[in-house]
Each structure stands twice: as structure tokens, then as C-alpha cells.
Design a protein around this ligand. Structure first.
Ligand SMILES: *Cc1c(COP(=O)(O)O)cnc(C)c1O
Length: 220
């Protein structure tokens, strides 16, 4: 089996599962965006994805994303933990940032960015810092700053389900927090949640942006 047919099969399988999960949740599959997470995979794989019609790619590291985004046109998403000394570069190749969790980082974005960015704020559900994000009370001032900015767009909340929590519990909490958040920031209707192991549950709880890597690309 060629790499192309392998990726192609896995991709159409995931698309079918997204559609099934959306219908089961009474949702329109068209309101759910698939971001293929290409971290640790080579440019040749990303070219295959592009030929198969994928336009949204996710990366965790500035050094990888910068090179890959130059090589393959598309909408590039940064979803890794932010280091302030990398932000200027991230803003040059990414159109979407999923992992903003510090006000100081937004100030750098506002200074450095040369094009408008869609920005998700990464919510931390359990206070364990290793997977990034901040508690909801710390995200409100950041949300206010992004919402007040004339250039950049506050897209919504992003979460990585904590390892110690069942996905149902995690996404149920996320849904409750997001519902309240959207009352305060009505434009922030997107919800970036759901990875290879839990995207169907995330869809049931309102996810609009899925970040899926290994189920499409394989494991490395
Ligand atoms: C790696 C990663 C993903 C994709 O994870 P898979 O389990 O491979 O689908 C999604 N979001 C973030 C933040 C990641 O680091």
C-alpha cells in the first residue's frame, strides 16, 4: 500500500466518522472543521494531504511550522505551547493560534503580526500545567483584550482533554464553561476540541474545530 492510499483511506474514514457523530448529535457536519495535525510528519505527507483536498494543517512547533507552511499552501494552525521569543515567527506563518493563555503573549502578537489572526484561548480544565492553557478566570482578561483589538479575531476556547478525566466529563465541563463564555463574548462561538481518541465525544459537546493527527497520519 502506498503512503498516498494509506493517508487517503484514513482520511475518508475520519470524515465518515465525523459525519456520523455530527448526525448523531443533531448537528450539521459542515459546521465542523477538520484540522489535520501534521507534527512529526514530513512535507511529502502534507503535499499528499493537500492533493486530497485538505487545507487546514496543525503544528506544535514554530521551527517545523515555519518550514512546512512555506512548502505547502493552506491555512496553518499553531497549537503548541507558546514561547514568547517564537511568537513573531509564529505570527508570520500561522493564520490561527489555538493556544493563547497569557495576556503578555497577546501584546506581542498585536505588535508583531502582519496579518489578522484567528485566536483561540486555551482552557485548562484541571490546573495541571503540563499540557498548557489557563483556568477560565485567567482567560477572561485575555479574551477582553483580543475582543477589543481591531485587527485580530477572538474565535473561542480550545481544550486538550486532561489525561486524568474521561472525555465525557472533560467536554461536559468545557461545554458549560463555553456556554457562559459565549454570553460574554458573543463572537467567540468556535470550540477547538477533539483529537484522535476523543473527537466523537467532542462533537457531541459542540466542538467546531477538531485537531486530528495520529488517526490520519499514523503514529511516530
Ligand atoms: C498532537 C496534538 C493533537 C493531535 O493529537 P492526535 O491524538 O494525534 O490526534 C491535537 N492537539 C494538540 C494540542 C496536540 O498537541
Amino acid at each position: 500500500m502506498t503512503r498516498r492510499s494509506e493517508i487517503s483511506e484514513r482520511l475518508s474514514d475520519i470524515k465518515k466518522r465525523i459525519e456520523t457523530a455530527a448526525k448523531k448529535a443533531g448537528r450539521n457536519p459542515d459546521e465542523i472543521s477538520l484540522i489535520v495535525v501534521t507534527k512529526n510528519f514530513p512535507i511529502s505527507d502534507i503535499q499528499i494531504l493537500a492533493e486530497l483536498g485538505v487545507n487546514d494543517f496543525g503544528e506544535n512547533r514554530d521551527s517545523d511550522g515555519a518550514v512546512k507552511a512555506l512548502a505547502v499552501a493552506g491555512r496553518w494552525h499553531f497549537q503548541g505551547q507558546i514561547q514568547s521569543n517564537k511568537l513573531k515567527s509564529i505570527c508570520s506563518w500561522a493564520q490561527v493560534i489555538h493556544s493563547l493563555d497569557e495576556l503578555g503573549h497577546f501584546k506581542i502578537i498585536a505588535r508583531a503580526a502582519t496579518h489578522p489572526l484567528d485566536i483561540f484561548l486555551q482552557l485548562n480544565l484541571d490546573g495541571v500545567r503540563t499540557r498548557g492553557g489557563a483556568l477560565i478566570q485567567s482567560l477572561y482578561p485575555i479574551a477582553a483584550a483580543v475582543a477589543a483589538d481591531p485587527v485580530h479575531r477572538l474565535a473561542g476556547l480550545m481544550v486538550v482533554a486532561p489525561l486524568a478525566l474521561a472525555p465525557e466529563k472533560a467536554f461536559e465541563q468545557l461545554h458549560a464553561i463555553a456556554t457562559k463564555f459565549i454570553q460574554d463574548f458573543p463572537q467567540a462561538t468556535a470550540l477547538s476540541a477533539g483529537m484522535s481518541g476523543d473527537f466523537e465525544t467532542a462533537i457531541a459537546f459542540g466542538a467546531t474545530h477538531l485537531r486530528i493527527g495520529s488517526q490520519i497520519m499514523g503514529s511516530r
